[in-house]
Every structure is written in C-alpha cells, then in structure tokens.
Design a protein around this ligand. Structure first.
Ligand code: CA
Length: 430
C-alpha cells in the first residue's frame, strides 16, 4: 500500500513537467534542414546560429530590438522577441501616432483638396502638400523601417511574440532566419496618390511587413502575417479608391534569391506576396528562386503569390476564400517569364468564386500544376485557365523549364490542407 501511494505522485510529476520543458526548447540556433526548398541551395541557411553568447539577445521593446539589429550589421546574432513590440514608439517606449509624425502642415483634408483629380488632373502630386506628406512619411519611416543584416536569426519566444507596425527589411544581405513570430499591421500613416496607376489611379503605401530586396538564403518559417488591428476593408475611399494602408505582407524583389517560406500564415489582407516587382527588372532573370510550402493563405484578395521571372515551387499550401469575400481577385499570378511549379495545393472557396479565377496571367507563358484540389475535388488549373481565360490572357503551357529538386516530403493536397490548418503560423512549432 505505501509503495502504491508513492508511485502515483511521481508519475503525475513526470507528466506535468513535460510541457514546461517543451516550451523552453531553444529554437534560436536551429538551421534550415538540408533540401528544404531553395534556401537550402549551396551554403544553405543557418541565420545567426554561429552567434557567440554576447550576440544572443532577448528583446521586449523597440529600443531593444533596434540595439540588437545593430543597424543591419553582418555580425552573427540571435534575436529572441518576447511579448509584443510596437515599432510606432519613441525611445522611451511611448506610443507615437500618425498625428505625431505629421509635419510641415500636412493634413489629409488639405492633401485631398490639393490633388482632387477633378481639379488637379492626372499629373503626379507636387507642391507643398506632397512635400509635407513626404517629410511626414520620412519621420514614420525612421521609426518603423528596421534593417536586418546577414547571419541573423529572429525568433519569437513562446507562442505570443509579435512585432507590430514595423517593416522588417532584409536588403542586400545573406543568410537570415525569421521564425515563430507574428508580423502585424505595417500601417502607412501617409499613403501617396498615384493618378496614373491602373487607369483610375490608386493609393500607394510604403511598407511590407517583411521585405526581401537583394536578399539571399532566407528561411521564413511559422510566421503569421496580417493587418490585425487595421483591416483595409474598414478604410474609407478617397477619389473613388480604397485608401489602402498596407502594401505587401512579404514581398521578394530586386534579385533576391534562394528563399524558403514554410508553415506560415498570410491572413486578412489584399496583396499578400509579390515575387518580382517589374516586367523590366531584368536583373531578376535567373533569380527570385523561391519555395513556398505548407503555408495558409486565408482571406487574401490577390498575390498568393504573383510571380515574375522566378522559379517558384509552390506545394502543399492551403488557400481559403471566405463566403463573404466579395473583393477576391485571384490567388496565383503568372507574370513575365515566371516559372511556377505548383503541386498538391488545396483551395476552399465560396460559390461565387470559380476554378478559373484562381490563376491569373499577365504576360506569363507557362504554369505547371498537378494534384490541385478545388473544394475537395481534383481540378486541372492549367486546363481551366486556358479554357476560360479572359481575352487579354494568353494560353499557358505546362513547360516551365525546370523540375524542383530541393524539397521535403510532398503530401497529398487533402492531407496538407489539414496539417496546415492545424500547424501553420506563429506559436505552432512542434
Ligand atoms: Ca511592396
């Protein structure tokens, strides 16, 4: 009897201690697995794994994060983000709002009066209000643009790490890992009016939550990207166009190369991911090689992704368009010289979205797909595109000129859809 009483509490103690140890596993020195997508090519992606102990930082506010980033230095470093960091804060941690940034007499009402297309016409905005907007925007950029240098790992601690209001930018740097983090609401206080954009004009915003420009060997894993707090659908229209506050969630441009984005969640946003930002950016030719696997694209209007030039392997992703998404445009954009190789992706969409809507092409010529699921049923996205394309779109061929070699196990679309629903995003590293 005495022995039995002793055994029970010990067993309970052992069980209770398991989750605590699991939470404390240090992911800061993890490196990308061999073969896990394009970022595994060549030297692979190790981020800050080689950091010495003096360059492992735990940061809880903007000032700490800025110190740890060290102006985008190349020193190997591991930055552990604990809790929520707001980029729109001063050096003492006090909140800065849009009115605080405004300077030189900038005011939205005055701006709208100055550049009303009915009186100003279709010229680019110029003069005192545009100059004041630029000066105000520069003040915000000084706070929210955060440069990430080579050999850097940024990871969230636990399951609730958030950086909000920031635009993390990896520019002309190599070997970066971003994991287990929510990147939220890269909100532009000072959108600019572009009268000649798309015929009607459009509001252009400055910040992507994460921007890779001239970046190589980058692994983005278990990151949640969203506009949480300021959905663009709640913004008013000015000059007949939505006053957008956000640009891309994750844009990959300027000859970036060798990127793997895995188990991440892109949610509640208009333009999610642009790979290649111009038809004439020929420096991107032969680069922009990106692997996207086991990501969720939920309530995204367009660009999931839109691709120019790059060899993009898109496998085992989950796409969900909600019933009330009447602004949905397309998911996969096939543009100039792109070579998208899509395997086993699952699309769940409401009745007003047709299979022909999922892929859209501009100046694209090829798109390979297999194993796609449309509301649970097999669909050939290429055949559907060619059968139902709008008059302006060319037929696409299946010959994208390459076959992916660097990848992990590829699941069926149905199995991946379930796994991504449960496992993608911040706070979900197994
Ligand atoms: Ca962008």
């Amino acid at each position: 009897m005495r022995k039995q009483r002793l055994i029970v509490p010990l067993a309970l103690l052992a069980v209770l201690s398991v989750p605590a140890h699991a939470e404390e596993r240090d992911i800061g020195r993890d490196v990308l697995a061999a073969h896990d997508g394009w970022a595994a090519h060549g030297s692979g992606t190790t981020g800050g794994a080689a950091a010495d102990d003096a360059h492992v930082f735990t940061v809880t506010d903007r000032a700490g994060l800025v110190r740890a980033l060290d102006g985008g230095s190349d020193t190997p470093k591991i930055i552990r983000v604990a809790g929520t960091i707001d980029a729109n804060t001063d050096d003492r941690g006090r909140r800065i709002d849009c009115a605080d940034y405004a300077t030189d007499g900038y005011g939205l009402k005055k701006y709208l009066t100055a550049y009303d297309p009915r009186t100003w016409g279709s010229a680019r905005p110029g003069g005192p209000q545009e100059e004041a907007r630029q000066a105000s925007a520069a003040r915000q950029a000084e706070r929210v643009v955060l440069r990430v240098g080579s050999h850097t790992t940024i990871v969230g601690v636990g399951d609730d790490a958030v950086i909000k209001g920031a635009s993390l930018q990896v520019r002309n740097a190599d070997n970066v890992i971003v994991r287990n983090l929510e990147l939220r609401d890269a909100y532009d206080c000072f959108p600019v009016w572009q009268p000649n954009s798309g015929g009607l004009g459009d509001w252009k915003t400055a910040y992507d939550n994460l921007w890779l420009a001239g970046a190589t060997h980058v692994w983005v894993d278990h990151v949640t990207f969203s506009d949480q707090g300021h959905p663009d659908e709640d913004e008013p229209t000015h000059f007949g166009r939505t006053y957008l506050r956000h640009d891309g969630l994750l844009d990959i441009t300027h000859a970036s190369d060798l990127i793997t984005v895995s188990w991440s969640r892109f949610a509640d946003h208009d333009k999610a991911m642009l790979i290649g930002n111009g038809d004439t950016a020929v420096a991107d030719r032969g680069r922009l090689r990106v692997t996207l696997h086991h990501n969720a694209f939920e309530s995204v209007v367009q660009r999931a992704p839109r691709v120019r030039f790059g060899q993009v392997h898109l496998y085992n992703n989950r796409y969900v368009v909600p019933e009330d998404a009447h602004d949905y445009r397309y998911s996969i954009g096939v543009s100039t010289e792109s070579a998208v190789y899509a395997e086993n992706n699952a699309f769940t969409v409401p009745g007003h979205v047709e299979a022909a809507d999922l892929v859209k092409s501009w100046n694209g010529s090829a798109f390979f797909q297999r194993g796609s699921l449309f509301n649970g049923y097999p669909v050939d996205l290429l055949a559907i595109h060619n059968a139902y394309n709008s008059g302006s779109e060319r037929d696409l061929t299946a010959d994208v000129g390459w076959t992916p070699a660097l990848h992990g196990p590829i699941d069926s679309a149905a199995a991946a859809d379930r796994a991504v629903r449960e496992g993608a995003g911040a706070g979900r590293i197994p």
